[in-house]
Design a protein around this ligand. Structure first.
Ligand SMILES: Nc1ncnc2c1ncn2[C@@H]1O[C@H](COP(=O)(O)OP(=O)(O)O)[C@@H](O)[C@H]1O
Ligand SMILES: [Mg+2]
Length: 228
């Protein structure tokens, strides 16, 4: 395979997703292409299909119609979506979804159980990831002892656990104050500078302003694409 600088890591063609036996058309014919290493933002009003699109890219759900290819995998026809997810994508949600009874260091190791690592290797890797997000001093803390911004940093470290090709972040700063939101944005920007492909759903035009490409959604369609 020829590797060029502009390699599509995500390609969607006429993507349709309906719910409730077709009564809800969450995605109504989405076409897009995302290149490896890009920082992409998805904006649009509540209910416009942003999360549904992210879930399709992350193979949390299959499309009703159309094609979606992520990292050369045709998701509509691929059998083992669990394996695809474990290897290819890291999710960060608005609510961090950390396990409350586990420490930061332990939470980060959860996705690593899909990999062939010894306990020692897992712990080492989790510590390195906590350093990446600047939380090595808090590794023994359970989520309730961390601030909102710190929890979200742990969630990002967890999303990075299996060295995913793409980070999918669905309004990751939706519950955070401005200072913590800035921290998360800069962490994502730093990861992107290191080559990580990032797809960020956000309501915040300032956050979206840092993206290479912004897809503006409405009623399950991409109405407009702005590029930097
Ligand atoms: N699991 C589901 N069952 C039924 N309707 C859904 C489901 N998920 C999303 N929808 C509907 O699809 C539309 C798009 O939702 P969503 O992708 O969550 O929008 P956004 O993330 O932009 O707020 C909305 O009308 C929503 O109610
Ligand atoms: Mg949403």
């Amino acid at each position: 395979m020829r590797i060029s600088e502009n390699r599509a890591i995500v390609k969607a063609e006429n993507l349709v997703k309906t719910f409730e036996e077709g009564r809800v058309r969450a995605l109504d014919g989405v076409n897009l292409e995302i290149q490896e290493g890009q920082f992409v933002s998805i904006m649009g009003p509540s209910g416009s299909g942003k999360s549904t699109l992210l879930n399709m890219i992350g193979a949390l759900d299959r499309p009703t119609e159309g094609r979606i290819t992520v990292a050369d995998v045709d998701l509509a026809n691929f059998r083992d979506l669990d394996e695809f997810r474990a290897k290819t994508v890291g999710f960060v949600f608005q609510l961090h979804n950390l396990v409350p009874t586990l420490t930061a260091l332990e939470n980060i190791q959860i996705p690593m159980f899909e990999m062939d690592l010894s306990l020692g290797e897992r712990v080492e890797r989790a510590k390195k990831l906590l350093m990446v997000v600047g939380l090595e001093k808090r590794m023994g803390a359970v989520p309730s002892k961390l601030s909102g911004g710190e929890r979200q940093r742990v969630a990002i470290a967890r999303a990075l656990a299996n060295d995913p090709k793409i980070i999918l972040a669905d309004e990751p700063t939706g519950n955070l104050d401005t200072a913590s939101s800035d921290e998360i944005l800069h962490l994502l920007l730093d990861l992107n500078k290191g080559g990580q492909t990032i797809i960020l759903v956000t309501h915040d035009p300032e956050m979206a302003g840092h993206a290479n490409v912004v897809f503006h959604m409405k009623d399950g369609k991409i109405l407009e694409t702005t590029c930097k």
